[in-house]
Design a protein around this ligand. Structure first.
Ligand code: AGP
Length: 611
């Protein structure tokens, strides 16, 4: 969602960094952007609704220049998509602020500040930060103490960066619940909410912790106090994120690139188990004791990550024989839960920042769940930091809003977890372990074969492009893949799509089926194949057009109204991973045919950091 950048540079114009950094954060989703610099005793600002490129052009036309500045991409929450609501927000011409997150008590703060005489120009919660900091600054003349005093008043999750009109040396930043990092160059210091914004400039990075407030200069962090008001230091790390993973290369869209990166991403992620074995230590040095101490699992996640959890439930219960519950994080966090200290809470998240998942984890811990594991794609993000154990997927940066390689690599980790727990609990023999290892080793090759089916899937996609709705069916462990297929299609094509377990058809959704309703069926050769075939008959009899993804040996024949694409071989328990690829490609090519914005679908954001 929203993105923050900022810089203090001794020898360069900050505007170049600010616009470049914001462009690199575009993938997170936003609807307006802006930058502000402090120069010659003034704060100068440019804001625009729409693409960062528009704002960058306006900054160029105005010859905006400075050695210190901040920038922001906004995804509207409080107040509509308008220029006055775009960040940075300025108070009294004195201070400028950019902000991620939400100030929950902004209404009472707004009233307090209005009584003092502040006039609000926007509908945002952020403007209370600007006025509040300004109010303190006018009294103390010290930006650091002003931000410190103002932050004490705010409830909620936020990351902020502040510059002042009369200070071209220092910026003050604060983090409480939303990610923020400081990056160090030569005679220049950067800040960003996401490492991808700074990586073209420096790899030396320190992540701020919740409650941190820091004073920055071109030399780095001049002063940092932690949540207890104590002076603290934050470790500088070298980011391993590759710049190539942030560039399109020969592809037209990041989603296309990321779909095609899956053989590599899966191989990199599987390497943990192929090199290190199915051992608990892959999840943390104390994972063996933790796994010995649990009798069940609760998985909390949102969206696509939730569907990987649903898939894992089948593996965990059938292979590792461990009872597993899966819940949508945003629901879990608001219901009465019977906590169980021996139930390990797993959170799954590509970004590691999803607010609902984060709050659900905190809630679970507060209720007495003793053990937690995070499966995440972004190093040092909030969820792994809040969890006892962690295993990172090695998908590389995922830029397309529609998650693809993050999903399949999550599945690889969840499968590795299943075999690990199965072994520890005596349900996976040595022979089975070898078999699973071999399946995992061959998985990238199988995925590559499915990618080669792209031309056939593209032809199908043309048919979907003119449809209003689509149904996705699956059974057993392939039902979550049907859900994922429907989500991909609706996210990027805006075609209404729903997924059902095929056995549920006759309990309602069959009423929707007619000749205008394409029905996608995920039907590999497993124990439920005959049942799925019977469900397909029900669709065929009502004139529905069937699009079947199956594997080589499942004995389907093409017929009037029945189209079949076969994945090259049956891959046993890993079949859900292989069958994800065709539904991703179908959605991608249908979106291309409809001309939608594949990587930045309307109304959606990559990291959902608000409720
Ligand atoms: C996936 O295509 C979506 N954009 C979305 O459902 C996403 O999976 C969800 O918001 C959860 O995100 P996370 O994995 O970063 O927590």
């Amino acid at each position: 969602m929203c993105g923050i950048v900022g810089a203090i540079r001794a020898n360069h114009n900050v505007v170049d960094f600010l616009t470049d950094g914001l462009e690199r954060l575009e993938y997170r989703g936003y609807d307006s952007s802006g930058i502000a610099v402090s120069i010659d005793g003034k704060i100068k600002r440019v804001r625009r609704v729409g693409r960062v490129a528009l704002m960058a052009q306006a900054a160029k036309e105005k010859n905006l220049f400075g050695r210190i500045g901040i920038g922001h991409t906004r995804w509207a929450t409080h107040g509509g998509v308008t220029e006055p609501n775009a960040h940075p927000h300025i108070s009294g011409g004195t201070v400028a602020v950019v902000h991620n997150g939400i100030i929950e008590n902004f209404e009472s703060e707004r009233q307090r500040l209005q009584k003092i005489g502040y006039v609000f120009e926007s509908q945002t919660d952020t403007e209370v930060i600007a006025h509040s900091v300004n109010h303190e600054y006018l009294q103390t003349g010290d930006l650091f103490t002003a931000v410190q005093a103002a932050c004490k008043r705010f409830h909620g999750a936020f990351a902020i960066a502040v510059v002042a009109q009369d200070n071209t040396e220092n910026m003050v930043v604060a983090r409480m619940g939303c990610p923020l990092l400081v990056a160090f160059g030569e005679d220049e210091t950067f800040i960003a909410s996401d490492v991808s914004a700074v990586i073209a400039f420096t790899r030396h990075i320190a992540y701020l912790e919740d409650g941190d407030i820091a004073l920055l200069s071109t030399k780095g962090i001049e002063k940092l106090i932690d949540k207890d008001g104590q002076v603290a230091e934050r470790k500088v790390k070298i980011s391993e994120l590759s710049l190539a993973s942030l560039e399109l290369g020969p592809y037209s869209h990041f989603m296309q690139k990321e779909i095609h990166e899956q053989p590599r991403a899966i191989a990199d992620t599987a390497e943990v188990f192929l090199e290190g074995g199915f051992e608990p230590e892959n999840f943390g040095s104390n994972a063996r004791e933790v796994f010995d101490d649990i009798h069940s699992i609760k998985i909390l996640a949102c969206g696509t990550s939730y569907y990987s959890a649903l898939t894992a439930k089948y593996w965990l219960e059938s292979i590792a024989k461990i009872p597993t519950d899966v819940e949508i994080a945003s629901e879990y966090r608001y219901r009465d839960v019977i906590a169980d200290p021996k139930q390990m809470v797993i959170t799954i998240s590509q970004s590691g920042e999803t607010l609902d998942t984060m709050e659900a984890l905190k809630y679970a811990k507060s209720l007495g769940h003793k053990h937690s594991l995070s499966i995440c794609n972004v190093m040092e993000s909030a969820l792994p930091r809040e969890s006892e154990l962690v295993l990172y997927t090695r998908a590389g940066a995922e830029i397309g809003v529609a998650s693809t390689k993050a999903f399949t690599t999550q599945l690889v980790v969840l499968f590795g977890l299943t075999v690990t727990l199965g072994k520890m609990r005596g349900h996976v023999s040595e022979e089975q372990e070898q078999h699973y290892t071999e399946e995992l080793r061959q998985l990238p090759g199988s995925i590559q074969h499915v990618l080669n089916l792209e031309p056939q899937i593209t032809i199908w996609a043309q048919k979907f492009a003119s449809k209003q709705s689509a149904l996705f069916l699956g059974r057993g462990i392939h039902y979550p893949i049907a859900l994922e297929g429907a989500l991909k299609l609706k996210e990027i094509t805006y075609i209404h799509a729903e997924a059902y377990p095929a056995g549920e058809l006759k309990h309602g959704p069959l009423a929707l089926v007619d000749e205008n309703m394409p029905v996608v069926v995920i039907a590999p050769n497993d124990m439920l194949l005959d049942k799925v075939k019977a469900n397909m008959q029900e669709v065929g009899a009502r004139g529905g057009e069937l699009f079947v993804f199956t594997d080589l040996d499942s004995n389907f024949t093409e017929d009037e109204g029945v189209h079949v694409i076969r994945t090259p071989r049956h891959v046993g328990v890993l079949s859900p991973i292989v069958h994800t690829i065709p539904v991703q490609l179908l959605a991608y090519h249908a979106a291309l045919a409809r001309g939608t914005d594949v990587d930045k679908p309307r109304n959606l954001a990559k990291s959902v950091t608000v409720e």
